[in-house]
Design a protein around this ligand. Structure first.
Ligand SMILES: [Fe+2]
Ligand SMILES: [Fe+2]
Length: 177
């Protein structure tokens, strides 16, 4: 079982693997599946950070800039979510699809770099191992009940479909390129 920080790092790595696959693959249906999976994974990742990790970090953070770091991270999340919403309306055959995916990838990579360089190492010092273990469990639980409204092809997608997309992403990110 991963602790909170391991879980967040694993999800970062998984997103990066899915971006790599998306860039290499040209088949529209496969691109569509990978993007849908990446979409729910990024949204759920942002959700558990915003609901659990960021508030705990801000509360524990003694450094004056903890607030500023979280405000910046939340601003970057909003940017990522806005790009996801734009891409959700596109088809992989649209000429703007790959350009927008590139924009999304840069936004996500920038954000992940900042998190892994500043916030996660500080959190490692601020929380005990048992606190991180407990937070990891809470994150997994929260993700399993989180049921946001996803618009896929104009259709609202429920939790069961979201879970299927997660599993597709797990599979795709692990298979060789
Ligand atoms: Fe984040
Ligand atoms: Fe993150």
């Amino acid at each position: 079982m991963s602790d909170a920080l391991q879980l967040l790092r694993e999800q970062h790595a998984e997103a990066s693997a899915l971006f790599m696959k998306l860039e290499r693959i040209s088949d529209a249906t496969t691109c569509e599946h990978i993007f849908r999976s990446l979409d729910v994974k990024l949204r759920d990742h942002a959700f558990i950070e915003e609901e659990l990790f960021y508030p705990a970090f801000q509360e524990r953070g003694t450094r004056e800039n903890a607030k500023g770091e979280i405000a910046e991270a939340e601003h970057e999340h909003a940017e990522v979510k806005s790009l996801l919403s734009e891409i959700e309306k596109l088809s992989p055959t649209d000429y703007t699809f790959k350009t927008k995916i590139g924009e999304l990838r840069r936004a996500v990579e920038h954000h992940v770099r900042e998190e892994e360089r500043t916030i996660l190492p500080q959190a490692q010092r601020l929380f005990s191992q048992s606190e991180l273990d407990e937070m990891g469990l809470k994150m997994v639980k929260l993700m399993s009940i989180h049921s946001p409204v996803y618009q896929i092809g104009g259709t609202q997608v429920q939790t069961a479909a979201r879970d299927t997309l997660h599993r597709i992403g797990d599979f795709i990110s692990k298979i060789g390129s």
